[in-house]
Each structure stands twice: as structure tokens, then as C-alpha cells.
Ligand binder design. Structure first.
Ligand SMILES: [Zn+2]
Length: 216
């Protein structure tokens, strides 16, 4: 761990969380100009990604992490290429396998969360607990649960560590949870984010719009 890979210097409880939503293919194309999205994955993540059945799932998997890295670089005030330096681990508290809520290495790191649906990915970074979940309007119309705002609100809350998904879905108090709803009619994405305050939504291309980038 080098000093550069630690985001603690910029962790500030008062800072506005960051949120980005974009097509997975665009994320991989844009991120590839700054770091290799596949190389950025940990060996465990690469194995998990390879085990996914559909190509779209594998693209979503890699893109969600790449978008998180671009947001982390922005959060830390560093060039997009430094996104490859961030490291996290996943260790589900229920089944002890490497999935679930990611925890960033470093002292006082920000919280991170990602989500995907269809070919769209979302990522969020902010101080403290954070969780994001998305759904596609018009996607999976046969499954009413996938369209339910209640489900994305519960999904975001579960990712933020506020409880188990099943308990949150069954909770009468779900809508009192601090889950902010967002939507993008252009892409058909809607979702919820749980974080400390209203997040700043950043366009994918704005995330890498810098003339100060330097090689990682
Ligand atoms: Zn698990």
C-alpha cells in the first residue's frame, strides 16, 4: 500500500457523495484510456467474473468496478489513471464468500457501492455507509419485483449495511430509510442510493475530463 492509494486524506464527513450511472460498454471504453479494467480486478474478482454465465454479466461486473475506480480517483482528487491503485475486499457476513459489501483498504476510506441492471452500471462513493441499487424501466417486465422502487430502495439499504435484504423488503418502515431515488429517462435507469446527503451525479465523460492526467 502506497500513500497514493490511500483516500483518507480526502475523506470528509461533510462532503457530498458522488454517483455515476452509464452504459457498461461505455464505462469500459472510457476507463481503458486510463487503466486496464481487467488488470484492475483482483485475482478473486477475475475468477468470479470468469465464472459468470453471460457475456453481459461479465461486462457489467468489470464495468461496475471500473466506474467505482473512476469515482474514487475523483473523490481523492487524483487523475483517473490512479483509479487502478485502489484496493477493496468483499467478505459476506452471512456466507463468508467474497461477495457483498465492499470495504476499501486504507485508513478512514470512503464507502463504495456499485450496481448493474441490463447493460447499465452505477457506482457511488462517499463518506460512511453507502449503497446503490438500480433497475431498468421496461427491462424484465415479467418480473414485477425487478421494477419495484421498493426493491431498489431495499437493495440500496442492504448494501449500505442497514440490514438483510429480506428483512428490509418486509419492513414497514422501508420508506423511512434515507434512500434517495434517482432516474434517467434517457437510459431508462432508475434506482436508489443510501448515503450521507444528496449525491452529486457525475457524467461518465466529466469523470475523465481532465488535462492533468498522469500515468499511474
Ligand atoms: Zn453471502
Amino acid at each position: 500500500m502506497t500513500e497514493d492509494s490511500c483516500a483518507c486524506r480526502s475523506t470528509d464527513e461533510m462532503r457530498q457523495p458522488l454517483l455515476a450511472v452509464a452504459p457498461a460498454s461505455a464505462v469500459l471504453a472510457v476507463a481503458s484510456n486510463h487503466f486496464h479494467p481487467w488488470v484492475a480486478l483482483s485475482p478473486i474478482e477475475r475468477a468470479r467474473c470468469r465464472s459468470l454465465h453471460s457475456q453481459q454479466d461479465r461486462v457489467n461486473f468489470a464495468a461496475s468496478r471500473a466506474l467505482t475506480r473512476l469515482l474514487l480517483a475523483r473523490w481523492a482528487g487524483l487523475a483517473p489513471s490512479t483509479g487502478i491503485r485502489f484496493r477493496w475486499y468483499q467478505n459476506c457476513s452471512s456466507c463468508r464468500t467474497p461477495h457483498g459489501r465492499p470495504t476499501l483498504f486504507g485508513c478512514r476510506p470512503p464507502g463504495v457501492s456499485w450496481a448493474y441492471a441490463g447493460g447499465m452500471v452505477a457506482a457511488a462513493v462517499g463518506a460512511g455507509a453507502i449503497g446503490v441499487d438500480i433497475a431498468l424501466t421496461g427491462f424484465d417486465d415479467d418480473d414485477p419485483r425487478s421494477m419495484s422502487p421498493r426493491r431498489t430502495a431495499a437493495g440500496a439499504a442492504a448494501k449500505a449495511g442497514l440490514g438483510e435484504l429480506a428483512d428490509l423488503l418486509a419492513s414497514r418502515s422501508l420508506f423511512s430509510l434515507p434512500a434517495g431515488e434517482f432516474s434517467d429517462p434517457a437510459t431508462g435507469v432508475r434506482g436508489h442510493v443510501v448515503c450521507g446527503g444528496a449525491p452529486e451525479a457525475i457524467d461518465l465523460f466529466a469523470l475523465v475530463d481532465t488535462t492533468a492526467d498522469t500515468p499511474a
